[in-house]
Structure formats: structure tokens, C-alpha cells
Ligand binder design. Structure first.
Ligand SMILES: *Cc1c(COP(=O)(O)O)cnc(C)c1O
Length: 234
């Protein structure tokens, strides 16, 4: 579609680092891919992100925009003998200190992902029969690729059961949560929107529950979450 209409694709791959579809990395499917290293992501430096670009000329332009409109990146590579202002830009550079925090996690990325995948598997196996019995859906596994193992959610048949399960988990000190407020119902979304109803989005927001998922969860802790979820509607 994009080719037919001569459009550029910018992928929101914010939490897709490590995920693939039909053998291709998410964030590398379109013209640009945006990744987030916000504190909530699998690897993080608090805030910040990465931009991947297909076209080398766009990458060169992005470097200049990031470096306050200067060609300092080319200077640091020794391609020019001093740097100067060549275009518009602003200050989007990640600090070296934050980059170091991130770099150490990227060195252990496979390990982090493997641990997250194991937590996900344990949830799936522990909840599969209970979910089927209660009309609850578990986050589907990708059919043609690898997940980024960023989150694990359940979809309840109606808001009341989600709310009951959520408060039960919280009573047991488990950091379960719902997800984002649908943008179309936020004040800014309403100001910009068409006023159209989005009933599927509304239903998902009201019935979705996320379970804790991070690499430091032990098998025993995951088991405790599973047991608490399984008891949460009875
Ligand atoms: C986290 C996230 C964002 C926001 O990332 P920032 O680094 O906070 O800008 C955007 N889209 C998706 C899908 C995300 O998961």
C-alpha cells in the first residue's frame, strides 16, 4: 500500500526490540523504526530511544538534527576536520552516562529476553486451562515470528471479572495493572478526534489485565502469581 501511494512508513517499534516477523526484525520493516529505552522497557536507561533508518541520506540528516543542527557526528568519525552548524536541529543526544547503563544491558540482552520468555511460558502453562474455563484470553503467541516478551496480559469476558481479579492480585501484593487509557477518550484525543466510537478499544481497555513480567522474577514468585490469578474469581 505504501509503495503504491508513495508513502513512508515509520514504525512504532517502541517495545519491539528483539521481535521478528517472518524472519525480519521489527523496526526494520519500514523506512524508519523507533525504539524506546524508557524505564518500562525490556532494556532501559530511564528515558531515551533509538531510531533506525533504511536510507543512509536520512540517517545523515537525523544525525545532524540530533546534534543541534551540526555535523559533529561526522567530525567525531574524523570525516571533517571541525564541526559547524549545517541545518536545523535540536539537542536529542542521549548522555554518555545513560548510554553506559543501556550498553551493559544490551550486552546481556539474550539473557534478559530468555528469562522473560521463561516467565511468559510459565504464565501460559499455568493459566491455559483456567483461562479456557473462565472465558479469559491469554495474549496470543505470534504465528510467524518471535515476540519481544515485553508484556503478558489476560483479557476477561467483562469488566467486572477483570476488576475482581485485579483487586485480588493487588490485595496479595502483586503488581498487576490495567493498561493505557484509550487515546480517543483522553482529553487531547477528544480534542483532536472525530468523535467516533471505538467500542473494541473501549472493551479491551476495560477487560485487560497485565501480570508482572521482568527478568528478576523467580519461578516461585511466578508460581505465586499463577496461583493467585487462578483463585481470583472464586
Ligand atoms: C513505550 C512506548 C512508547 C513511548 O516510548 P517513549 O520512549 O516514552 O517515547 C510508544 N509506543 C509504544 C508502543 C510503547 O510501548
Amino acid at each position: 500500500m505504501a509503495t503504491e501511494r508513495n508513502l513512508r512508513i515509520v514504525e512504532d517499534a517502541a517495545h519491539a526490540l528483539g521481535a521478528t516477523r517472518r524472519g525480519r526484525a521489527l523496526g526494520a520493516l519500514g523506512d524508519a523504526g523507533c525504539f524506546s529505552f524508557h524505564e518500562t522497557k525490556n532494556v532501559t536507561c530511564g528515558e531515551g530511544g533509538a531510531l533506525s533508518l533504511r536510507d543512509p541520506a536520512s540517517a545523515e540528516r537525523a544525525e545532524i538534527i540530533r546534534e543541534k543542527g551540526t555535523n559533529r557526528s561526522a567530525f567525531l568519525r574524523g570525516e571533517v576536520d571541525r564541526y559547524t552548524w549545517v541545518a536545523e536541529g535540536s539537542s536529542y543526544v542521549l548522555s554518555d552516562l545513560l548510554a553506559a547503563v543501556l550498553d551493559a544491558q544490551l550486552d546481556r540482552f539474550e539473557e534478559i529476553q530468555a528469562r522473560r520468555a521463561r516467565v511468559e511460558r510459565q504464565y501460559r502453562e499455568g493459566l491455559r486451562d483456567w483461562a479456557a474455563e473462565h472465558g479469559v484470553w491469554l495474549i496470543p503467541e505470534p504465528e510467524h515470528g518471535r515476540s519481544s516478551h515485553h508484556l503478558f496480559y489476560l483479557l476477561f469476558p467483562e469488566p467486572a471479572t477483570r476488576d475482581r481479579s485485579l483487586s485480588r492480585l493487588r490485595d496479595h501484593g502483586i503488581g498487576a495493572t490495567f493498561h493505557y487509557v484509550p487515546l480517543h477518550s483522553s482529553p487531547q484525543g477528544r480534542a483532536l478526534g472525530s468523535g467516533r466510537e471505538l467500542p473494541v478499544t473501549d472493551r479491551v481497555a476495560a477487560t485487560l489485565l497485565r501480570l508482572p513480567l521482568h527478568p528478576l522474577l523467580t519461578d516461585t514468585e511466578v508460581e505465586r502469581v499463577v496461583e493467585t490469578v487462578r483463585a481470583s474469581l472464586s
